[in-house]
Design a protein. Sequence first.
Lengths: 110, 112
Amino acid sequence: GQSLEQPSEVTAVEGAIVQINCTYQTSGFYGLSWYQQHDGGAPTFLSYNALDGLEETGRFSSFLSRSDSYGYLLLQELQMKDSASYFCASPTGTASKLTFGTGTRLQVTL
Amino acid sequence: DAGITQSPRHKVTETGTPVTLRCHQTENHRYMYWYRQDPGHGLRLIHYSYGVKDTDKGEVSDGYSVSRSKTEDFLLTLESATSSQTSVYFCAISEDGNQPQHFGDGTRLSIL
């Protein structure tokens, strides 16, 4: 089976940098994805790390260390619109089925 | 945005009644998924499909069945709804089973 652990809540100031961590235990590993979900909305894909290292997409970056069973999402130059829940997720088995972490609620304040 | 439509968007029904949720896609993607989202649990996979008439169980499949008779439609059925199935249900699609998955806007289902 798979389990992914994330902090439940994080608060940060507008313009700052915040890191959301995800640790996982898996019976097989096919990479780590990150999804954003605003209240009342649908999850939207942010990034995917199949291999170790850093992936950068604009203000968002994601990092993976398979030896440490650990990844993180880094959000820079925080904006109020970044207030949302962020989920790490990992494909299971045949790489078709996602197992999600319980999510981290990010609150961006002035 | 990926063309995914879920219907209905909201539904209230009574315990013991059958309920069918529909997911319709216009992207011709091979893979389709049904998730439920509950506070404290994140999203959990119910069933998924890897082609027409090809489906498999997910993490929380008990009490649910699915059908996919056409590429574009994936139906989720609760044969006899229970209060524990009150949840927000999301459909997702994937072109080839890899990342990313694209999600519909969800169906809020309340079972009284």
